[in-house]
Every structure is written in structure tokens, then in C-alpha cells.
Design a protein around this ligand. Structure first.
Ligand SMILES: Nc1ncnc2c1ncn2[C@@H]1O[C@H](COP(=O)(O)OP(=O)(O)O)[C@@H](O)[C@H]1O
Ligand SMILES: [Mg+2]
Length: 234
């Protein structure tokens, strides 16, 4: 049986009131399992980013629950929720969100420093994560000196630096050319995914569909179906 990483139940999220009300997520339930790469696909505006924000503890839903180890994250006290965001989930954004004034290694060290690890130890550990993504030789450069693919790898190193077991990617290849995008996802599948991690990727880039274990389809705030991915191995 699959090892459950997270369970979303009947999530609903709307923005605004009255005439301006937009319902972005309309009753979404799904499980995400350890050891799998789960894709969420759907047209622009279908609620994917809103859903990711809810399951990563950033945006409170109007209805529904997100349970991790049988505990609803949206029922947690604020310090517990902050702890969840810092230690259990890693987020990689489409446009990397790197700090331009920091060096590459400093960017990767941010979550470690937030965990109150001392500076030198944070830098040493960050260097180890940069090595995992093959960018040790870029450590002292500012992000602007790196290519798009390299910057995405820095964002991945930073996301895994806090050792999260749930890694969430929002359109990770959207700013990259096709080959670089595929190389990134190929790398993540081979080097970052393991039986104790769950990776959730929102994308509409069909060039990376081959890496999916499971594909969840969304339309207009609802799940319209699940498909076994071609990347799935029994
Ligand atoms: N902060 C917000 N305020 C108002 N409307 C929003 C906000 N965020 C998202 N929406 C709306 O919710 C819907 C879903 O958006 P989003 O989750 O970004 O979809 P996707 O990521 O699939 O493109 C869209 O109609 C969008 O305009
Ligand atoms: Mg989006």
C-alpha cells in the first residue's frame, strides 16, 4: 500500500465578495504519497497555484482540511504551522525567487539560517546541497551570473536544504527552454525523489509528462480525473 504523505479533503477557496467573488477551488480531495511524483495539470486559471498555496500552509482555505500525519495543518496553532512550512514542505517557484544581492550559496543557506543554525555551519551545509545540484563551482556568484536552468537548480537546492518530505513545484520549467526543463525534471526524479519524499509538480509542459507517476487533472477549480503516468513503475 502507498505510504500517505498528505491528504486534502473537500478543499474550497474563494476570493472577494459579492459580484467580485471568484471561486478558485471548488471541493478538491486527493492523496499524495511518498515515493511518487504527482503532477497537477490544467488550463491557466483552473486553481492550481491556489491549491498549492493551500496544501503548503501558505493560504488558508475557506473549507476543507489538509492532513499530514493525521493532523489538519489548518487547525494548527500559528507556531506549529510555521514549523510545518519551514521543515516539512519545500516550494520551488516558476521564476526561482532568488535574492539577487546574496550569493548562490547564501541563497541556499536561507532556510538553514532561519532554523537558527550558525552561519558557518549553514554555509557548509548549503555547499553540500549545491553539490547535489551540481553547482558547487557557482557558489560565490550572484544568481544573475547563472543561466535560467542553473538558477532553477539553486531554487531546488534551497528547497531541499530544510530537508522537507513534501516538495512542491509550481510550473518549474515555464521559464526554461524545453531541453533544460526536461533535464531539470529528469534530475529531480533521479536525485531528489525517494521513498521518503513526495514531489508535487504543477505544469502544463507536455515535454515533461513522461516523468509523472500520476497525473491529476483540474478544470475550473475541480478535479476532472486521474491518470497513471508513463513514468510510473510498479
Ligand atoms: N489573490 C487572488 N485574488 C483574487 N483572485 C485570485 C487570487 N488568486 C487567484 N485568483 C483567481 O482564482 C482563479 C484560479 O487562479 P490560480 O490558482 O492562479 O490558477 P492557475 O494556477 O491554475 O492558473 C483565477 O480565476 C484567479 O484569477
Ligand atoms: Mg498558477
Amino acid at each position: 500500500m502507498a505510504d500517505l504523505a498528505m491528504r486534502a479533503t473537500e478543499l474550497v477557496k474563494w476570493f472577494g465578495e459579492g459580484d467580485a467573488k471568484t471561486v478558485a477551488v471548488r471541493g478538491v480531495s486527493f492523496d499524495a504519497n511518498f515515493g511518487e511524483m504527482l503532477y497537477i495539470v490544467g488550463p491557466s486559471g483552473s486553481g492550481k497555484t491556489t491549491l498549492l498555496s493551500i496544501i503548503s500552509g501558505i493560504l488558508r482555505p475557506n473549507e476543507g482540511t489538509v492532513s499530514v500525519e493525521d493532523e489538519d495543518i489548518w487547525n494548527m496553532k500559528s507556531d506549529q504551522l510555521a514549523e510545518f512550512r519551514l521543515n516539512r514542505v519545500g516550494f520551488v517557484f516558476q521564476d526561482y525567487h532568488l535574492f539577487p544581492r546574496l550569493t548562490t550559496v547564501e541563497n541556499v543557506a536561507i532556510p538553514l539560517i532561519l532554523k537558527r543554525l550558525d552561519w558557518n555551519k549553514s554555509m557548509d551545509e548549503a555547499m553540500g546541497f549545491l553539490e547535489i545540484v551540481g553547482l558547487k563551482d557557482r557558489a560565490r556568484l550572484p544568481p544573475v551570473k547563472l543561466s535560467g536552468g542553473e538558477q532553477q537548480r539553486v531554487a531546488i537546492a534551497r528547497a531541499i536544504a530544510s530537508r522537507p518530505d513534501i516538495l512542491i513545484f509550481d510550473e518549474p520549467t515555464a521559464s526554461l527552454d524545453g531541453d533544460t526543463g526536461r533535464r531539470i525534471v529528469d534530475f529531480v526524479k533521479k536525485n531528489i525523489l525517494n521513498e521518503k519524499r513526495c514531489i508535487i509538480i504543477v505544469t502544463h509542459d507536455s515535454r515533461i509528462f513522461e516523468y509523472a507517476d500520476r497525473i491529476m487533472k483540474m478544470e475550473d477549480g475541480r478535479i476532472t480525473g486521474f491518470e497513471q503516468g508513463v513514468g510510473h513503475e510498479e
